[in-house]
Design a protein around this ligand. Sequence first.
Ligand code: HEM
Length: 463
Amino acid sequence: MKKALPNLVNRPAWWLLAEWIIDPLNLLQKWAKKYPDLFTISLAGIGDEVIISNPEIIEEIFNKDAKQFHIGRGNQIIAPLVGQNSLLLMDGERHKRERKLLMPSFHGERLQTYAQQICEITEAVASQWQEGKGFIARTAMQKITLEVITQIVFGLREGERYQKIKPLLAAMLNLTDSPLRSSLFFIPFLQKDLGYWSPGGILKRYQLEIRELLQAEIEEKRHQKGEIGKDILSLMIAARDEQGEPMSNLELKDELLTLLFVGHETTATLLAWAFYQIHRLPQVRQKILQELDSLGENPNPMQITQLPYLTAVCQETLRMYPVIPIVFSRITKTAMDIGNYHFEPQTILTPSIYLVHYREDLYPQPQEFKPERFLERQYSPSEYFPFGGGSRRCLGYALALLEMKLVIAKILSGYELALVDNKPVKITRRGLTLAPSGGIPLLLKSKRHPQASSPEKTVTLVP
Ligand code: HEM
């Protein structure tokens, strides 16, 4: 017998919203135990969401034509951060056009040109660490990933604009760095500009300042003569759609903020978790170092990215730590049957990365960090999807993986680190993402190679 809203969780919508903001993983786990395939939660102000953890149902959703769903509409909560012309909020032909314009900058040979820069940025950040002193892994990783976005995506490496924009970007993102402050996303009232000190007011001020700086940078790049710059913004400015039309300044600004917003916190958090596991389990660190040693002195960065065990460590980190526990919701346009279920039009279908990645039948002992599972078996796109799937699959997944591998390799080969304590680390909400509580304190025991402290090329960093 088919039902309209299957396995409806019988709790008040305001209660479920509070749980969703404060402890989403506990909420997901609790109900998935009772309903292993899918269940429906009513979230106050958001609606009834069908949370799905059955890979076969998810496969059907990912394989369906994107035209059958509204997807951008479900992302409206982040419009105040990224603007209305963001890829995240688009659907249909417009989404297709925008992805085509953006895609080439993130794939193929383009990526290789970013590898050396990532290594230099990592070295510049790590060389500031002092022997015998501690630092917070997540903060350090965010320094690296923010620098990557500013240099590789925005094309800003030096000058007044560069000095101004980075602290502003960091401050804007820090507006939602705790479960309480994350309510800004979920309670639209808080996004309103209610005066100078209101969260909405502060957000608006940062936005205006950042947008002004981006506008100036776009103008300058548009009028630059000669060869097109290698950064992603220059490529976006040069890109043309099928009608030969370029992206407007407004589109460019919204897309830049989108890339900043989705591209740097996620990668920083994953890196912090990777360092946690690598230093919690000495054999993992040892195996990575052995693999790196096998490449000899000064390996080419692209050789590093091919290493199987290092790749498996990144895959396992992405499995275990869902920075985003769900993919974008797919909202049905018409009634549809998927698996044994019938869904009415306007049903919000939300595959859960977290629940699938912790299924015992796919990942025995899911709470254990075991990179070997990725060397022993292949997972299908609906059994393992840290970057989502179908037409909305993460645009920056190749850049994120490149960054993860190179940062880990560069730091492990140059620096001997240790966890400050061995206590288990909890997962806490940070805006729309989930991050390690306390950020994972690390200690620099020693620099492994003397040259680790003197990068060949100096990258200037804004404190
Ligand atoms: C480890 C880091 C990252 C993770 C775990 C991650 C994960 C995701 C996920 C789960 C989605 C939603 C996909 C879906 O609904 O099917 C997504 C979308 C997206 N991601 Fe990432 N991401 C990461 C890094 C990045 C980076 C570095 C960039 C670019 C600089 C980026 C750009 C995007 C964009 C533009 C979208 C929207 C795609 C669309 O709507 O068509 N992400 N990401």
